[in-house]
Design a protein around this ligand. Structure first.
Ligand SMILES: Nc1ncnc2c1ncn2[C@@H]1O[C@H](COP(=O)(O)OP(=O)(O)OP(=O)(O)O)[C@@H](O)[C@H]1O
Ligand SMILES: [Mg+2]
Length: 175
C-alpha cells in the first residue's frame, strides 16, 4: 500500500463475539485516531445487504459479496476501522492489524440478556465466546503476528485497548 501512497493510513479490523465491546471501542478509536468507523452490520442493514433472516437465531444472513463490493473502494483509500462479529470472509490483504475483542462470560451474558436475545441466540453467542471461536477464526484467516486480543469488559479495559491500538499505529507509521 505504501508504494502507491506514502500518506495512506492502514485499515484495522475489530472483531469479536456480539456484545464483547467492539462498537464501544471503535467509536473511541475512530475519534482519537481520526479513522472512519465502518460497522458492517449497520452498513448491511442500511443498504439491504441481507440475503435472508435466520428465524431460529433471529439474525440477518449477510450478503457478503455485496458488502465487500461496497467496502473495496473505501479500503483502497485506507484509514478505516472495520467492525464485524466475524472475520473469515474479508480479503486478507485489506487489514494491517486485526484486534479481537473478548469479554468474560458473566459480563457478556448480562449484556446479551439486556438486548433480549432469545435463549438459542444467547447460548450460541456465549458458547462462541467460551470456545474462543472468533479468536481462532482470526488466527486461521490472518497472519498470527497481526492478530491481537483486547479485553472489552470495563472502561479501564477500553482505555488500555486504546493505548494498545495507538501504540500499534505509531509503530506501523515508523515502518
Ligand atoms: N469496555 C467497556 N466498558 C463498559 N461497557 C462496555 C464496554 N464495552 C461495551 N460495553 C457495553 O456493552 C454493551 C455492548 O457493547 P457493544 O455494542 O460495543 O458490543 P459489540 O461487540 O459492538 O456488539 P455487536 O456485535 O452486536 O455490534 C453496550 O451497552 C456497551 O456500552
Ligand atoms: Mg457493535
Amino acid at each position: 500500500m505504501s508504494d502507491q501512497n506514502a500518506d495512506a493510513k492502514p485499515n484495522i479490523l475489530i472483531t469479536g463475539t456480539p456484545g464483547a465491546g467492539k462498537s464501544y471501542l471503535c467509536e473511541r478509536l475512530a475519534e482519537q485516531l481520526k479513522f472512519d468507523w465502518l460497522d458492517c452490520s449497520k452498513i448491511a442493514k442500511e443498504n439491504d445487504y441481507i440475503e435472508e433472516h435466520d428465524e431460529e437465531y433471529d439474525c440477518p444472513i449477510l450478503d457478503e459479496e455485496r458488502l465487500m463490493d461496497h467496502l473495496e473502494p473505501l479500503m483502497q483509500k485506507g484509514g478505516n476501522i472495520v467492525e464485524y462479529h466475524g472475520c473469515d470472509f474479508f480479503p486478507e490483504r485489506w487489514f494491517q492489524a486485526v484486534f479481537v475483542v473478548t469479554c468474560p462470560n458473566k459480563t457478556l451474558y448480562d449484556r446479551l440478556k439486556e438486548r433480549n436475545y432469545n435463549e438459542k441466540k444467547l447460548s450460541s453467542n456465549i458458547e462462541c465466546e467460551i470456545f474462543g471461536t472468533i479468536l481462532e477464526e482470526a488466527r486461521d484467516s490472518y497472519k498470527a503476528d497481526i492478530v491481537h486480543e483486547l479485553c472489552g469488559e470495563s472502561a479501564a479495559d477500553a482505555d488500555k485497548s486504546l493505548k494498545t491500538v495507538k501504540q500499534w499505529y505509531r509503530m506501523w507509521k515508523r515502518k
